[in-house]
Ligand binder design. Structure first.
Ligand code: DX5
Ligand code: ZN
Length: 218
Protein backbone atom coordinates (compact mmCIF):
# COMPACT_ATOMS: atom_id res chain seq x y z
CA UNK A 1 0.00 0.00 0.00
CA UNK A 2 1.04 3.58 -0.63
CA UNK A 3 0.40 6.25 2.02
CA UNK A 4 1.37 9.74 0.83
CA UNK A 5 2.28 12.15 3.63
CA UNK A 6 0.49 15.49 3.37
CA UNK A 7 3.36 17.09 5.27
CA UNK A 8 5.09 17.56 1.93
CA UNK A 9 1.98 18.83 0.07
CA UNK A 10 1.46 22.40 -1.10
CA UNK A 11 -0.80 23.78 1.64
CA UNK A 12 -2.12 26.52 -0.66
CA UNK A 13 -3.92 23.78 -2.57
CA UNK A 14 -4.31 21.20 0.15
CA UNK A 15 -7.59 19.58 -0.88
CA UNK A 16 -6.44 19.29 -4.52
CA UNK A 17 -3.15 17.78 -3.39
CA UNK A 18 -4.97 15.14 -1.34
CA UNK A 19 -7.41 14.33 -4.14
CA UNK A 20 -4.52 14.03 -6.62
CA UNK A 21 -2.69 11.28 -4.76
CA UNK A 22 -5.89 9.30 -4.29
CA UNK A 23 -6.54 9.61 -8.02
CA UNK A 24 -3.01 8.29 -8.44
CA UNK A 25 -3.96 5.22 -6.41
CA UNK A 26 -2.96 6.11 -2.85
CA UNK A 27 -4.37 3.59 -0.37
CA UNK A 28 -4.16 5.75 2.75
CA UNK A 29 -3.45 9.40 3.56
CA UNK A 30 -0.66 9.76 6.14
CA UNK A 31 -0.94 12.71 8.52
CA UNK A 32 2.22 13.65 10.47
CA UNK A 33 1.35 15.28 13.77
CA UNK A 34 4.37 16.88 15.51
CA UNK A 35 4.35 18.73 18.80
CA UNK A 36 7.67 20.59 18.93
CA UNK A 37 8.72 18.46 21.93
CA UNK A 38 8.98 14.82 20.92
CA UNK A 39 10.43 16.13 17.65
CA UNK A 40 11.77 19.65 17.12
CA UNK A 41 9.22 20.50 14.45
CA UNK A 42 5.60 21.54 14.96
CA UNK A 43 2.93 20.70 12.37
CA UNK A 44 -0.84 20.25 12.64
CA UNK A 45 -3.55 18.31 14.41
CA UNK A 46 -7.29 17.66 14.24
CA UNK A 47 -8.00 20.27 11.55
CA UNK A 48 -5.73 18.45 9.09
CA UNK A 49 -7.27 15.08 9.92
CA UNK A 50 -10.74 16.56 9.29
CA UNK A 51 -9.68 18.10 6.01
CA UNK A 52 -8.26 14.80 4.77
CA UNK A 53 -11.26 12.85 6.03
CA UNK A 54 -13.85 14.98 4.27
CA UNK A 55 -11.84 15.30 1.08
CA UNK A 56 -11.28 11.61 0.25
CA UNK A 57 -12.66 8.19 1.21
CA UNK A 58 -9.44 6.33 1.94
CA UNK A 59 -8.33 5.57 5.52
CA UNK A 60 -6.56 8.38 7.40
CA UNK A 61 -3.30 7.11 8.91
CA UNK A 62 -2.26 9.43 11.75
CA UNK A 63 1.37 9.35 12.90
CA UNK A 64 1.67 10.96 16.32
CA UNK A 65 5.15 12.35 16.91
CA UNK A 66 4.06 13.85 20.20
CA UNK A 67 4.65 13.38 23.88
CA UNK A 68 1.75 12.08 25.95
CA UNK A 69 -0.17 11.11 22.79
CA UNK A 70 -3.13 9.86 24.81
CA UNK A 71 -4.33 13.40 25.37
CA UNK A 72 -5.29 13.61 21.68
CA UNK A 73 -6.87 10.21 21.02
CA UNK A 74 -10.53 11.19 21.43
CA UNK A 75 -10.21 14.40 19.46
CA UNK A 76 -8.41 12.71 16.57
CA UNK A 77 -10.81 9.80 16.36
CA UNK A 78 -13.69 12.30 16.30
CA UNK A 79 -11.88 14.17 13.53
CA UNK A 80 -11.82 11.01 11.39
CA UNK A 81 -8.58 9.14 12.10
CA UNK A 82 -8.72 5.45 11.14
CA UNK A 83 -5.28 4.49 12.45
CA UNK A 84 -3.49 6.15 15.37
CA UNK A 85 0.21 5.39 15.67
CA UNK A 86 2.12 6.30 18.81
CA UNK A 87 5.89 6.24 19.25
CA UNK A 88 7.23 3.59 21.61
CA UNK A 89 9.70 6.24 22.86
CA UNK A 90 6.97 8.78 23.64
CA UNK A 91 4.98 6.99 26.28
CA UNK A 92 5.78 5.10 29.46
CA UNK A 93 2.57 3.10 29.23
CA UNK A 94 2.71 1.79 25.68
CA UNK A 95 0.44 -1.19 26.26
CA UNK A 96 -2.23 0.93 27.90
CA UNK A 97 -2.14 3.49 25.07
CA UNK A 98 -2.56 0.79 22.43
CA UNK A 99 -5.48 -0.68 24.34
CA UNK A 100 -7.09 2.75 24.60
CA UNK A 101 -6.73 3.35 20.86
CA UNK A 102 -8.39 0.04 20.08
CA UNK A 103 -11.16 0.74 22.58
CA UNK A 104 -11.95 3.86 20.57
CA UNK A 105 -12.66 1.61 17.60
CA UNK A 106 -9.68 2.46 15.40
CA UNK A 107 -6.48 0.63 14.50
CA UNK A 108 -3.50 1.01 16.84
CA UNK A 109 0.05 1.48 15.56
CA UNK A 110 3.47 1.60 17.22
CA UNK A 111 6.35 3.54 15.66
CA UNK A 112 10.03 3.14 16.44
CA UNK A 113 12.80 5.61 15.64
CA UNK A 114 15.95 4.51 13.79
CA UNK A 115 17.85 4.42 17.10
CA UNK A 116 15.31 2.30 18.95
CA UNK A 117 15.81 -1.47 19.06
CA UNK A 118 13.02 -3.56 17.58
CA UNK A 119 12.80 -5.26 20.95
CA UNK A 120 10.99 -2.13 22.18
CA UNK A 121 7.78 -3.80 20.96
CA UNK A 122 8.58 -7.31 22.25
CA UNK A 123 6.14 -7.08 25.13
CA UNK A 124 3.23 -5.76 23.09
CA UNK A 125 2.93 -8.10 20.08
CA UNK A 126 -0.74 -8.78 19.59
CA UNK A 127 -1.71 -5.39 21.02
CA UNK A 128 -1.17 -3.41 17.82
CA UNK A 129 -2.29 -3.47 14.19
CA UNK A 130 0.62 -1.65 12.58
CA UNK A 131 4.37 -1.47 13.18
CA UNK A 132 5.97 1.67 11.78
CA UNK A 133 9.71 1.39 11.25
CA UNK A 134 11.10 4.91 10.82
CA UNK A 135 13.73 5.12 8.09
CA UNK A 136 14.69 8.72 8.95
CA UNK A 137 14.79 10.48 12.29
CA UNK A 138 11.31 11.98 12.51
CA UNK A 139 10.84 15.72 12.24
CA UNK A 140 11.00 16.70 8.59
CA UNK A 141 10.08 15.58 5.15
CA UNK A 142 12.82 15.32 2.54
CA UNK A 143 15.54 13.53 4.52
CA UNK A 144 17.62 10.73 3.10
CA UNK A 145 16.60 7.08 3.67
CA UNK A 146 18.79 5.39 6.32
CA UNK A 147 19.94 2.22 4.56
CA UNK A 148 20.26 0.18 7.78
CA UNK A 149 16.46 0.33 7.90
CA UNK A 150 16.35 -2.50 5.34
CA UNK A 151 17.79 -4.95 7.86
CA UNK A 152 15.37 -3.75 10.49
CA UNK A 153 12.47 -4.32 8.10
CA UNK A 154 13.69 -7.84 7.34
CA UNK A 155 13.94 -8.72 11.01
CA UNK A 156 10.54 -7.19 11.76
CA UNK A 157 9.03 -9.14 8.83
CA UNK A 158 10.42 -12.42 10.12
CA UNK A 159 9.05 -11.70 13.57
CA UNK A 160 5.62 -10.74 12.21
CA UNK A 161 5.44 -13.85 10.04
CA UNK A 162 5.81 -16.03 13.14
CA UNK A 163 2.48 -14.66 14.44
CA UNK A 164 -0.81 -16.35 13.57
CA UNK A 165 -1.98 -15.01 10.22
CA UNK A 166 -5.03 -13.20 11.59
CA UNK A 167 -3.01 -11.24 14.14
CA UNK A 168 -0.19 -10.00 11.93
CA UNK A 169 0.22 -6.21 11.98
CA UNK A 170 0.98 -4.23 8.84
CA UNK A 171 4.64 -3.32 8.49
CA UNK A 172 4.95 0.32 7.50
CA UNK A 173 8.10 2.22 6.55
CA UNK A 174 8.36 5.99 6.69
CA UNK A 175 11.11 8.37 5.63
CA UNK A 176 13.01 8.92 2.43
CA UNK A 177 10.92 6.49 0.35
CA UNK A 178 11.11 7.15 -3.39
CA UNK A 179 10.68 5.17 -6.60
CA UNK A 180 14.42 4.38 -6.30
CA UNK A 181 14.17 2.37 -3.08
CA UNK A 182 10.50 1.27 -3.10
CA UNK A 183 11.31 -2.18 -4.48
CA UNK A 184 14.02 -2.67 -1.84
CA UNK A 185 11.71 -1.91 1.10
CA UNK A 186 9.00 -4.14 -0.31
CA UNK A 187 11.50 -6.98 -0.75
CA UNK A 188 12.60 -6.41 2.84
CA UNK A 189 9.00 -6.98 3.92
CA UNK A 190 7.21 -3.62 4.11
CA UNK A 191 3.45 -3.66 3.40
CA UNK A 192 2.85 0.09 3.59
CA UNK A 193 5.12 2.76 2.11
CA UNK A 194 4.78 6.31 3.41
CA UNK A 195 6.11 8.94 1.05
CA UNK A 196 6.16 12.71 1.43
CA UNK A 197 8.63 14.40 -0.90
CA UNK A 198 8.73 11.29 -3.09
CA UNK A 199 5.11 11.96 -4.03
CA UNK A 200 4.75 15.72 -3.57
CA UNK A 201 8.25 16.73 -4.63
CA UNK A 202 7.25 17.38 -8.25
CA UNK A 203 4.36 19.02 -10.03
CA UNK A 204 2.26 15.87 -10.62
CA UNK A 205 1.59 14.00 -7.36
CA UNK A 206 -0.87 11.62 -9.04
CA UNK A 207 1.76 10.51 -11.55
CA UNK A 208 4.39 10.22 -8.83
CA UNK A 209 2.06 8.06 -6.74
CA UNK A 210 1.51 5.77 -9.72
CA UNK A 211 5.25 5.68 -10.38
CA UNK A 212 5.94 4.76 -6.76
CA UNK A 213 3.52 1.84 -6.95
CA UNK A 214 4.95 0.75 -10.28
CA UNK A 215 8.43 0.78 -8.76
CA UNK A 216 7.33 -1.68 -6.08
CA UNK A 217 6.52 -4.30 -8.70
CA UNK A 218 9.46 -3.66 -11.05
C1 DX5 B 1 9.04 12.26 9.10
C2 DX5 B 1 7.58 11.97 8.85
C3 DX5 B 1 7.38 11.41 7.50
C4 DX5 B 1 7.73 12.37 6.41
C5 DX5 B 1 8.01 11.60 5.18
O1 DX5 B 1 9.20 12.89 10.28
O2 DX5 B 1 7.08 11.04 9.79
O3 DX5 B 1 6.08 10.88 7.32
O4 DX5 B 1 6.73 13.31 6.13
O5 DX5 B 1 8.54 12.47 4.25
P1 DX5 B 1 9.63 11.98 3.20
O6 DX5 B 1 8.99 10.88 2.43
O7 DX5 B 1 9.89 13.20 2.39
O8 DX5 B 1 10.81 11.49 3.98
ZN1 ZN C 1 5.11 9.93 9.24
Amino acid sequence: MIAPSVLAADFDRLADEIVAVVEGGADWIHVDVMDGHFVPNLTFGAAMIKTAERTVDVPIDVHLMVERPEQYFDEYVDAGADILTVHAEATTHLHRQLQRVRELGVKAGVAINPGTPLSAVDAVWGAFDLLLVMSVNPGWSGQRFISESLDRLRIARQRIDRLPEDSRPWLEVDGGITADNAADVVRAGADVLVSGSGVYGGDDPAARTRALRQATVD
